[in-house]
Write a protein of this length. Structure first.
Lengths: 396, 529
């Protein structure tokens, strides 16, 4: 049985659809309304607020905290400025990814790590010899993600302070609803957006203050289904959907290196030793055997396939995450599309896919399996640059 | 005159019935001879007290092989399995740990004792599943025959070798560790919390006369995870109506294929003609001939009791006399007036819809073993209890409950001599109830009836030598091509036309059915009948 998050007294009142799911052992709203589309449009036109408390959160402190994080993660945390957040992943010794997440630097010797999966035991494994302390604050700190074009105005009002100076992937302290909070300019929608972190005891006043301030700006509680559509437009991968943590793989071939996930840009190779460094150097030298790419489905072709069954083209509601095979034009199986969605904003049918490297160049034409009237067919899918949707306001 | 039966199966336990069903399904004329008034052997349900149906001996279905369920179509013949939903560990200090199907819930439970262990737990599970994947190949075929140059044997060794080589290097090391270490030491390499390690370690000792710190016990931990590989079949569970339901379903299947099952027909000896088995003589003097005889009775009873050592090669007899039974467990079945509340989690919650372990710490378990080493039952034993009436109300009158307690250690060889067990039976029962009362304070007041089975009682009731529940210890030196006797591990015996098909043969005990299945398939493949 999942647990309620500290926002449950509010979210349970608002969730008229009764559509919930289990997210990391917590009750999480899939969509407040029976159809997630309104919430999706809130992300793109006004703002949506998602309870993201179930994210795993760890406080890493001590004189060697920076050195320690640099040792276990692919990016050099020591270079992070105070008040800065960064996205990265971490690997086992074979260089395959265990999880992806963020690190925020609160002080010279104080960091906060977020992850998709429980990571305490794994982090603890490397503490020997470091003056570092790790605390699991997952159940102590609640979090709200406010995403969308009006999010800055809403939070400025709720916090009674301008947020124009809060740059992309930075954070600062504030007070909302008489509670101490941290506001970070981060999110999982690829839009202008923020995340607000508060100790559990202050969760309800903060929720009420933000929802109240957001009313004139069209703020709407939003669920995970809408966020799933938005994260796909943003080209963000998801652990357990688009790749699997190497900790859970029965098969070696299921594991992925950062390069295979197209997260090579997060890897800082040439520095002091870190977890997986040797394997990653070798991998970089020979080149990864596969890549995680964006695919756009060819709409006219899809229309033709449906027409052959006497149907207008049908769209699936919301995002999907049941993988389908991807073929090259010669009919060889070259990978799989792991999740995708119709993008209401881009008016495109898009997917994230893992394909063999020789088919990963932008513009490559591949075939993706589509099902029309119970028949499995193939439609052209073109390798496309990620993010699919990248509005200037995201970083402005 | 041709023999009236193609095959006689001695013993109507689950393995004997499985063998009979496979032979009958292949068109052979089969007779099963069971000593008792019911089928099932140690997998039987009996209404010991009116309205209370006890799974008298074996109480959970362990790893009933999926292919047996499928090939004998057991669900159609009445097999209904109810999965065990949780593993509950009440602690003496009023705390408790429960492990669930839900991984998040389990993580939270373990994290109260060790946040690190909580995360390592699924990693351990994955490593064990990988190992079990390798081991599964071993239990679903006759053991390999090292040294044999027959093409079929070589091919089997090669395919096992390939599978072994396919394990990654870490898994190979792990395999070696498991082969040599004790359950407690092995778990120490993974976990820090004694509260978690104690209930996990006991899978390594069940049915053995060894302690959780005895080398070699680590390997048996794997058994627990083998069930997960066959997860879709949910072959770990309660049988509806009691464990006897499994045997009844197999018996129904066997009968549907034309097998004949005769109850209260104890076999006195196996008849021989020209050095080959030719049939059996019943205790009532009836003689029945058959082309082959399969014995699901344990190897010692089969050869020493029914064949006679004068018929056997000396080396075989010597090996057999060294084969270890050393029963180490007893059983206490309770009929309860109402549900027994556990002090740490009162009420009928989801935590009691599985097994309940009294195993508060590794030292507790080792101390229980210490007493057994010196031939006494444990004053504070390891108990694995289930209350099947919580999930299956058919086994007790409304509102009443049955509680089945597997108890270790109760060594067969007590100081006073095994035959004197009856004098100590009630003291043993009291020790078990006193132990339970430390976790369920009110239990003594609600016991309506109590059935205490010492290993001596088990031997008397169902003929398991020295009361060993697996027909011989499941320890490394008695497994695979060493079970029960080196060179005679593939169901054949030195007596032509006499085959073993019980738990004393590879791959061993528990309600798996594999020895019965593999023996029958071997006989059929070799056109022995």
């Amino acid at each position: 049985m999942p647990l309620p998050t500290p926002f449950f007294p509010r979210t349970s009142q608002l969730c008229t659809s009764l559509l919930w799911k289990d997210w990391a052992g917590y009750y999480a709203v899939r969509s407040y309304d029976t159809y997630m589309e309104r919430e999706y449009y809130a992300f793109r036109h006004t703002a949506g607020m998602v309870d993201v408390t179930p994210l795993y959160k760890y406080e890493v402190g001590g004189p060697d905290a920076a050195l320690f994080l640099a040792r276990v993660m692919v990016r050099d945390a020591a270079k992070l400025k105070i008040g800065q957040v960064t996205y990265l992943c971490w690997c086992d010794e074979a260089g395959t990814v265990i999880d992806d997440g963020t690190i925020a630097r609160f002080d010279t010797d104080k960091f906060r790590v977020t992850s998709a999966e429980p990571s305490l035991a794994w982090l603890m494994r490397f503490t020997r010899g470091y003056r570092v302390e790790i605390e699991d604050i997952t159940d102590k700190v609640s979090a709200l993600s406010i995403q969308g074009p009006t999010s800055r105005s809403i939070l400025s009002e709720a916090a009674q302070m301008p947020l124009e100076d809060l740059k992309y992937f930075r954070f600062k302290g504030a007070r909302i609803g008489n509670q101490d909070v941290v506001i970070s300019r981060t999110g999982y929608t690829g839009d202008l957006g923020f995340e607000v972190w508060v100790e559990n005891a202050g969760a309800i006043p903060v929720y009420d203050a933000i929802l109240g301030a957001g009313e004139p700006y069209g703020l709407m509680p939003a669920g995970l289904d809408a966020m799933d559509m938005a994260r796909l437009e943003a080209g963000f991968i998801m652990n357990g959907v688009d790749y699997y943590s190497s900790n859970h793989c029965f098969l070696e071939s299921r594991k992925s290196t950062p390069y295979e996930l197209s997260l090579g840009w997060t890897v800082e190779l040439d520095r002091e030793p870190f977890n997986g460094q040797r394997a990653l150097k070798a991998e970089k030298e020979k080149g990864p055997s596969r890549a995680l790419v964006g695919l756009l489905l060819d709409w006219p072709e899809l229309e033709t396939l449906f027409a052959q069954s006497g149907l207008p083209p049908e769209l699936r509601r919301g995002a999907w995450r049941d993988p389908v095979p991807v073929y090259d034009k010669a009919g060889r199986h070259v990978g799989q599309a792991t999740s995708g969605t119709w993008s209401p904003t881009l008016k495109q049918n898009l997917a994230l896919a893992t394909v063999r490297s020789e088919h990963a160049a932008i513009g490559t034409e591949l075939d993706m399996e589509v099902t029309v009237e119970y028949r499995r067919l193939r439609a052209t899918a073109r390798v496309t640059k990620k993010p699919f949707f990248d509005p200037p306001r995201k970083k402005s | 005159m041709p023999a009236p039966y193609d095959a006689i199966v001695i013993g109507g336990g689950h393995n004997g019935l499985v063998a009979a069903a496979y032979l009958a399904k292949a068109g052979r004329k089969v007779l099963v001879l069971e000593r008792r008034h019911i089928v099932g052997g140690a997998a039987a349900t009996e209404e010991v007290f009116p309205g209370f149906h006890f799974s008298v001996f074996s109480y959970v279905v362990s790893l009933l092989r999926p292919q047996i369920i499928r090939e004998l179509d057991l669900p159609r013949h009445g097999l209904e399995l109810i999965p065990l939903e949780a593993s509950f560990l009440p602690l003496p200090d009023g705390d408790s740990l429960c492990r669930w199907e839900d991984p998040h819930l389990t993580r939270r439970e373990i994290a109260r004792f060790s946040p690190k262990d909580a995360e390592v737990y699924p990693e351990f599970g994955l490593a064990m599943r990988k190992m079990a994947w390798f081991t599964k190949a071993i239990i679903d075929q006759p053991p390999p025959a090292p040294g044999s140059l027959k093409p079929g044997d070589l091919a089997q060794l090669l395919s096992l070798g390939r599978r072994f080589a396919g394990l990654d290097r870490d898994m190979l090391y792990l395999n070696l560790q498991m082969l040599t270490m004790s359950a407690a030491d092995f778990l120490d390499r993974w976990f820090e919390s004694p509260v978690l390690k104690a209930p996990m370690s006991v899978s390594g000792i069940i049915g053995t006369y060894l302690g959780v710190r005895s080398p070699g016990t680590a390997y048996v931990l794997l058994h627990h995870y083998m069930g997960e590989i066959d997860g879709a079949f949910r072959a770990w569970g309660f049988s509806k109506g009691g464990t006897g339901g499994v045997s009844l379903a197999i018996a129904n299947a066997a009968r549907s294929f034309g097998a004949e099952i005769r109850l209260e027909a104890p076999v006195a000896r196996i008849t021989m003609r020209d050095g080959s088995a030719s049939g059996v003589v019943l205790e009532n003097g009836d003689e029945i001939a058959a082309r082959v005889v399969l014995s699901s009775v344990d190897p010692r009873r089969t050869f020493m009791g029914m064949v006679g050592k004068e018929q056997l090669p000396n080396s075989f007899v010597e090996h057999l006399s060294r084969y270890k039974f050393r029963g180490s467990s007893g059983k206490v079945n309770l009929a309860l007036d109402r549900f027994p509340d556990f002090a740490s989690r009162p009420g009928i919650g989801p935590h009691v819809r599985g097994d309940i372990a009294i195993a508060p710490s590794i030292p507790y378990l080792e101390q229980a073993y210490d007493e057994a080493k010196y031939h006494a039952f444990s004053r504070r034993p390891y108990i694995n209890a289930v209350i099947p009436s919580v999930v299956d109300p058919t086994v007790a009158p409304p509102g009443k409950h049955v509680m089945s307690c597997f108890v270790q250690y109760a060594p067969y060889h007590i100081k006073e001599g095994a035959a004197n067990w009856p004098e100590h039976r009630e003291a043993f029962g009291d020790a078990v109830v006193d132990t339970l009362a430390e976790y369920c304070p009110g239990i003594k007041d609600i016991i309506l009836h109590r059935q205490v089975l010492t290993p001596w009682d088990i031997e008397q009731a169902v003929g398991l030598t020295e009361g060993n529940i697996f027909q011989g210890e499941l320890s490394m030196e008695q497994l695979l091509f060493l079970r029960p006797v080196p060179g005679w591990s593939r169901y054949e015996t030195p007596v032509r036309n006499l085959w073993l098909c019980g738990s004393g043969a590879h791959p061993g005990g528990g309600i798996m059915g594999a020895p019965g299945e593999l023996a029958a398939k071997k006989i059929l493949a070799g056109r022995k009948v």
